[in-house]
Design a protein around this ligand. Structure first.
Ligand SMILES: NC(=O)c1ccc[n+]([C@@H]2O[C@H](COP(=O)([O-])OP(=O)(O)OC[C@H]3O[C@@H](n4cnc5c(N)ncnc54)[C@H](OP(=O)(O)O)[C@@H]3O)[C@@H](O)[C@H]2O)c1
Length: 304
């Protein structure tokens, strides 16, 4: 594969994926919606193609034209945009695009029933994959798919409160003493994983690929944050994860957006250990675990 389209290249993850693709030597077309004001840095292997703002209302022939000539489409818009992704998949199937990587990139496992029950967003991710599976099985279809699940964003997660740390405030909410281990990936690791998958189309087709930068505990992250900040005194609150999850779910059910994030945060720690629950694909993609101290140091320098 050489020619790759990406939708969402101006987003947080999209920029890292775009960088991963360009660094690996792919020829990339970034599909930007008409109204996008985002700036994408020039690169000799990158072209920009504007598409209508509404993928749903855009005539299918126009979408087919937009993806024609591409071998793969990587989607890094929000995973909640189910109809948009399905419509793009239809266009890819008609245009002969052979691989779609949908907007999964999950903190949590969209292939796990408990996760799908707890988090509506993950049911959206599941639905998109099921649709891709059906399209791939259609007689004569050349379309294949790969989903990537790498756990919480490690670097961006520390810059916000996804991992239940407040780095600036030197605070952390530990779950069950902080020793639960979970898989986590930097956005660059996700970007590299996308590139490595497209370099190995046969081995990665029609599969969920589980990756990580590292499998860590909150206590290990806290120790690393103490080293990176030089600050030993952190305010630590310990919670039973089940109570924290149930409390956040109750508020999330009433539409509280922060609580929805909190549910993702907690569940991404308690149910995302790919070393234990899944077959980790780091080896298949030629990826080593990364140095957590280095990642934490970089993240802290961006926060402070
Ligand atoms: N594992 C984790 O911890 C974690 C954390 C966050 C997100 N994620 C996942 O990562 C993926 C990307 O999330 P993100 O936070 O990087 O997203 P984001 O920052 O919101 O970026 C998405 C980009 O897509 C473009 N876009 C959105 N809707 C579009 C549409 N309908 N048509 C065309 N372009 C559209 C926007 O570009 P313009 O504004 O320039 O048009 C936007 O910058 C999602 O699947 C999400 O679930 C994972």
């Amino acid at each position: 594969m050489q020619k790759i389209a990406i939708l969402g290249a101006s987003g947080s993850l999209g920029r890292a994926v775009l960088n991963g693709l360009l660094s690996a030597g792919f020829t990339v077309t970034a599909l930007l919606r008409e109204s996008s004001q985002s700036k994408i840095e020039h690169h000799s292997n990158l072209s920009i193609l504007r598409i209508p703002d509404s993928i749903i209302e855009c005539p299918i022939d126009d979408l087919v034209k937009a993806v024609s000539g591409q071998e793969a489409l990587v989607i890094t818009i929000a995973g909640s945009q189910v109809r948009e992704q399905m419509r793009l998949a239809d266009a890819c199937e008609s245009a002969g695009v052979t691989r779609i990587i949908p907007a999964d990139f999950g903190s949590c496992d969209s292939d796990d029933q408990a996760t799908v029950d707890i988090l509506p967003l993950y049911s959206a991710k599941y639905k998109v994959r099921a649709y891709l599976q059906d399209l791939a099985e259609k007689p004569g279809s050349k379309l294949t798919w790969t989903s990537i699940i790498g756990g919480h964003f490690l670097d961006l997660g520390l810059q916000g409160d996804l991992l239940l740390f407040n780095v600036k405030g030197r605070k952390v909410d530990l779950l069950n003493g902080g020793n639960i281990r979970f898989s986590t990936s930097t956005i660059d690791r996700y970007g590299l994983a996308v590139a490595r998958i497209l370099q190995r189309p046969e081995e990665t087709k029609n599969k969920i690929i589980y990756v990580q930068s590292a499998c860590v505990s909150q206590n290990e992250l806290l120790a690393s944050l103490k080293r990176a900040t030089g600050e030993q005194q952190w305010s630590v609150t310990d919670h039973k994860w089940r109570e924290k999850l149930d409390g956040a779910r109750e508020k999330a059910d009433q539409g509280d957006r922060d609580a929805i994030e909190e549910v993702v945060g907690v569940w991404g720690i308690v149910a995302s250990n790919w070393e234990k629950s899944r077959q980790l694909s780091n080896g298949l993609l030629g990826l080593e675990n990364e140095d957590v101290d280095e990642i934490v140091k970089r993240s802290v320098s961006e926060i402070e």
